[in-house]
Design a protein around this ligand. Structure first.
Ligand code: MN
Length: 236
């Protein structure tokens, strides 16, 4: 049987003065383990091509990466905001909007939930350490670090089947104002929004600040996000 195609965004990295589009293989491995077939999305394509690039996909995965250019969500850049790759930002925001219009399920991880929120009309905390006492940027993102409380009755609570889980945490920013059509699915104990998802009746969207792709096999939850994406229904 043909595997469902999952379109995956790519990151930008300058390595030894060479510009690279990259994707951590953990993301791809998790999709394959969940039964999907990853297809990489090249952000150098014009945003007018996005529909053609994703319209036959069964799902979209928006991966982690750098901070988003604040002017794209209508805010002034604060001095603690990290560098942005605007071409990537604009491309991914279009991916989120078109996936929503086409009814294609979408999972956002780390920066991915930030792209989801800003593309749909929300804003971001530009420097989480300024508003919380908890360090949300571990040196290594591969160990469980802080708990999140999961909102009952959400897509996320159905995926994990419990109201609190331990997660890794490797993010610099986080959602601030929540976009229309989204709701909070998880918060950390210090009040940071750790997961957003679409409201009932909207196309399937879920975004988490943690990195389940790095902990597949280390707990019983991490692979389930990817299985949920691969198996999520297209909106009618
Ligand atoms: Mn966190």
């Amino acid at each position: 049987m043909k595997r469902p195609i999952i379109a995956v965004t790519t990151s930008y990295a300058n390595i030894n003065d060479l510009e690279n589009q990259t994707v951590n293989p953990f993301y791809l491995d998790a999709i394959v383990k969940a039964g999907g077939e990853p297809r990489l999305l090249d952000f150098l394509f014009p945003t007018t091509e996005v529909t053609a690039m994703i319209e036959d996909a069964s799902g979209v995965l928006v991966i982690g990466g750098d901070d988003i250019e604040p002017s794209l969500y209508g805010c002034e850049r604060e001095k603690e905001c990290g560098e942005s790759c605007i071409i990537r930002d604009e491309f991914e925001m279009e991916v989120v909007r078109m996936a929503h219009i086409l009814g294609i399920p979408l999972l956002g991880i780390c920066r991915g939930v930030q792209v989801l929120n800003t593309a749909m009309g929300g804003t971001l905390i530009q420097h989480v350490p300024a508003v919380t006492g908890v360090n949300h940027q571990q040196k290594s993102g591969n160990v469980f670090w802080h708990d999140v409380d999961i909102t009952p009755g959400t897509i996320l609570s159905e995926i994990v089947g419990t109201d609190r889980i331990a997660v890794n945490s490797y993010h610099h920013q986080a959602p601030m104002q929540i976009a229309p059509g989204l709701r909070v699915a998880a918060k950390s104990r210090d009040g940071i929004i750790e997961a957003l998802e679409s409201l009932p009746g909207e196309p399937w969207q879920l975004g988490v600040q943690w990195h389940p792709e790095r902990t597949v096999g280390k707990d019983k939850y991490s692979l389930r996000y990817f299985e949920a994406l691969v198996n999520a229904p297209l909106a009618p």
